[in-house]
Write a protein that binds this ligand. Structure first.
Ligand code: AMP
Length: 122
């Protein structure tokens, strides 16, 4: 069940200060606090969805459209149109990288690796 006290829910509610890169009615993007690459951005919906599957199953067409518009505008704003990765972790036991914040988010990364990359495959 969705936990309203997760850190991204607090960011959406403005209980934690944020610097949005792009924001619209249903989504926002901001820099990851612990970047693993030169540019490491998170794109999140404002609605309460735990992971990607929850989002695509339950978010309205408007929310889903606004989410992808936010992703596209973020890419445009950062000038990233090639050589990037998008990753979404789902579940505390996800096999590649475990989810730690249980509010759906995309990691959108580009540029040079930072040292922390060695730690993500625990
Ligand atoms: P995940 O393992 O996919 O759940 O990743 C959650 C991500 O959220 C990690 O990369 C964290 O560095 C990032 N994160 C946690 N708290 C904050 C915050 N307050 N602002 C920005 N990014 C955060």
């Amino acid at each position: 069940m969705y936990d309203k006290n997760n850190v991204f829910a607090k960011i959406v509610r403005n209980e934690i200060p944020r610097e949005a890169i792009v924001e619209n009615e249903y989504a926002l993007s901001f820099y990851d606090i612990n970047p693993l690459f030169e540019r490491h951005v998170l794109v999140i919906p404002k609605g309460e969805y735990e992971n990607l599957l929850d989002f695509v199953s339950n978010a309205s067409v408007e929310e889903q459209g606004a989410f992808w518009a936010c992703f596209k505008e973020t890419a445009d704003k950062l000038g990233v149109c090639e050589n990037f990765n998008v990753l979404s972790n789902a579940g505390a036991e996800a096999p590649f990288v475990k989810q730690s914040v249980f509010h759906f988010h995309l990691h959108f990364v580009s540029g040079a690796k930072k040292d922390g990359i060695k730690n993500i495959l625990k």
